[in-house]
Write a protein that binds this ligand. Sequence first.
Ligand code: ZN
Ligand code: FE
Length: 237
Amino acid sequence: MSLQINPVLCRAGVMDNYAYVIVDEQTGTGAVVDASEAEPVIKKCQELQLHPQYIFTTHHHFDHVGGNKILKEKYGLKIIGPQAEKELIDGLDIGIKDGDEFLFGASPVKVISAAGHTRGHVLWYFSDDKTLFTGDVLFNLCIGGIFEGTSAQMWDSLQKIKALPDETLFYPGHEYTQHGLTDAVRHNGAETMAAYVQRMQTRFAQNLPVAPVTLGLEKQCNPYLQINDKKIFEQCF
Ligand code: ZN
Ligand code: FE
């Protein structure tokens, strides 16, 4: 594993966003995934004595870009995000699109487009570490709302996630596990959900995110990943 991932809870108790301060350990290169707010991110960077060079933005919503401006001024970093949302992401420096690949330090990154929540939403996939940042597409036990796209697009986006290796660890844009839990237990039964519930309780007791869990576990427990028919999925909305 060469990517160090530090979750930073933002807008705590209100929207419970996660920004992630990440470090490519081989080169020491730092970045922020979805800078929801500047202040808690700066605090984390100070703790780590890290000067981040990039922000990876999943989509344009304010709770995912709210810290961009201040962080750019403070660190002179580059904001990388979906070209399709260029007009909506202030200060975007590098616009990316589906299938783009590049190196973050020594870590290969792949851009996976995932419309539905917003029209240009992207996922950030760090293939060497099998690490996926899912923004507001996939949360623990639930999925993001469909605001700009269609349920058909959201379905396609979820199929892309399901096609990644089961051992992939995913990091969502919000702590919404509790929101998804009731439906997931109703859908799967308490026995199937036992390991997930156990993890949630253990992590919350330590003030830690439920993430990361593997896509393999998520597929067993997240009702939205268990629907195998696009028509039935579309009827959910
Ligand atoms: Zn959003
Ligand atoms: Fe959000």
